[in-house]
Design a protein around this ligand. Structure first.
Ligand SMILES: [Zn+2]
Ligand SMILES: [Zn+2]
Length: 231
């Protein structure tokens, strides 16, 4: 079994703590007994590189949490750092040119693998890009990433809340929820989701919020989740 948490924000996300650096996140994931994590900042992949060469036995997926023009959050998870960086550049092209006000939204800190600050991102990351849910999912797939509907039952920025439902046949590779109870609730609301893969993540913005050893995938399920990253 693989213990995971595929939705963790680093210090680049203005709403996350400034101590969410690469070594702190990986160290905490290790202490908690996780095998696999993903780093998923709002609309940016600029901190992904810092997670590349860690020496602890915690595998890292290079991710992002995109906000679509419908204000729906979609996770893109990549095995390949270059593809992840290319996707980050694509997202940035469609991110409105509005400056971050750190005193209101928080700091957007870019770090290296030694947890040293190497810059601050100027444009506000908490915005919608001018691309739709389908366009974002297609682009993730084009760059060999897995697309996941983030916190699908939340009352903020979830597909269920923004659209009122999950469209049948949506090309997501998995649906993320916050608890096992939510999986049953979603399946009851949308019987056609029966065959989708569900994952449970923390959406951590603080080190202590990173998941405990609670959520697991079989190696077959992990294989299924990461299939788009390999084909
Ligand atoms: Zn979100
Ligand atoms: Zn998030």
């Amino acid at each position: 079994m693989i213990y995971y948490d595929f939705h963790i924000h680093s210090c680049l996300s203005p709403c996350a703590d400034d101590d969410m650096s690469a070594n702190n996140i990986i160290g905490m994931a290790y202490i908690k007994g996780l095998d696999y994590i993903a780093i998923t900042d709002h609309n940016s992949c600029l901190n992904a590189k810092a997670f590349k060469d860690n020496e602890l036995p915690v595998k890292v997926l290079y991710g992002i949490e995109v906000e679509t023009q419908e204000e729906v959050h979609i996770l893109g998870l990549f095995l390949d750092l270059d593809k992840n960086q290319e996707f980050g550049k694509w997202v940035n092209e469609y991110l409105p040119d509005v400056k971050n006000d750190p005193t209101f939204f928080g700091n957007q800190i870019i770090v290296n693998e030694k947890d040293e600050e190497i810059g601050r991102f100027d444009k506000l990351l908490l915005q919608s890009i001018s691309k739709s849910i389908d366009e974002v999912i297609d682009k993730i797939h084009e760059l060999k990433g897995a697309a996941i509907l983030a916190h699908a039952l939340d009352r903020k920025n979830s597909i269920t809340f923004q659209l009122g439902f999950i469209p049948e046949g949506i090309k997501a590779d998995a649906i993320e929820v916050k608890s096992v109870e939510e999986i049953n609730k979603l399946k009851k609301m949308h019987p056609y989701l029966e065959d989708y893969l569900f994952i449970v993540d923390s959406d951590a913005h603080h080190l202590t919020d990173i998941s405990e050893k609670d959520n697991q995938l079989s190696s077959l399920e992990l294989e299924r989740l990461l299939r788009p990253c390999k084909t």
